[in-house]
Design a protein around this ligand. Structure first.
Ligand code: TYD
Length: 213
């Protein structure tokens, strides 16, 4: 049985973690080994990088856009090496809460690096591993921010214009690769969103002929 690599993407506050958990339960009930993981911070080393990235440099200095992109890429390289590839070789379903498209949307969409630069960095870091399916949960940035609430980390404090650009960048990425992406309207209820994702995963798994149930 071959593994299946899935990722969830979207701006902060669209409900990714809820949907990741619902999909984990669904696939587990269908008899699959499911590995749920996330970026940044899917490994112990990655968790060190995650706190740097979200809390900032210990001396309070601004993190340069290149240093930031490299840290996300280093986190991803270790994540693929230590968690994702081994799980896929065992035949597991891997669900990652964020992956390469977050780097493309956040590091290239809103800040000074180009999409091409960030993509080649990340493709190098992962030795070209891409998910079979990426669920993009799409929501108006204002509504997403209301869901995040008052506690915001460094990335979430980046401002309205940055959030809009990031959302638009995600939508552009999805349009450019309609085979890999499925865009889901995250303004719908949790159950409606989950049902759309389940319908897609059933097709995906059945067409891969990997489901035993
Ligand atoms: P996330 O874990 O989704 O945040 P939370 O735990 O608050 O739900 O992601 C942390 C932040 O990192 C998020 O604002 C998006 C950002 N990010 C990037 O900028 N680039 C990347 O490559 C990744 C994976 C995340």
């Amino acid at each position: 049985m071959s593994g299946l690599f899935l990722s969830f993407e979207g701006i902060d506050g669209v409900g990714k973690s809820t949907q990741v958990e619902l999909l984990r339960e669904y696939l587990h009930d269908r008899g699959r080994e499911v590995v749920v993981t996330r970026e940044p911070g899917g490994t112990p080393m990655g968790r060190e990088l995650r706190s740097l990235l979200l809390e900032g440099s210990p001396d309070g200095a601004e993190i340069s856009p290149r240093a930031e992109a490299l840290m996300f890429a280093a986190d991803r390289a270790q994540h693929v090496h230590q968690v994702i590839r081994p799980a896929l070789s065992r035949g597991a379903v891997v669900i990652s809460d964020r992956y390469i498209d977050s780097s493309l949307a956040y590091q290239a969409g809103g800040r000074e690096l180009t999409v091409e630069e960030v993509r080649s960095l990340s493709m190098w870091a992962t030795a070209e591993l891409l998910p079979t399916r990426t669920y993009l949960l799409d929501l108006d940035p204002r509504e997403a921010l209301d869901r995040v609430g008052r506690e915001r980390d460094r990335m979430e404090s980046a401002g309205e214009g940055f959030r809009r650009r990031t959302r638009d960048e995600f939508l552009d990425l999805a349009r450019a690769d309609a085979t890999r992406f499925m865009v889901v309207d995250a303004a719908e209820t949790v159950d409606q969103v989950a049902a759309r994702i389940r319908a897609d995963i059933d097709r995906l798994v059945d067409s891969a002929n990997g489901m035993s149930a």
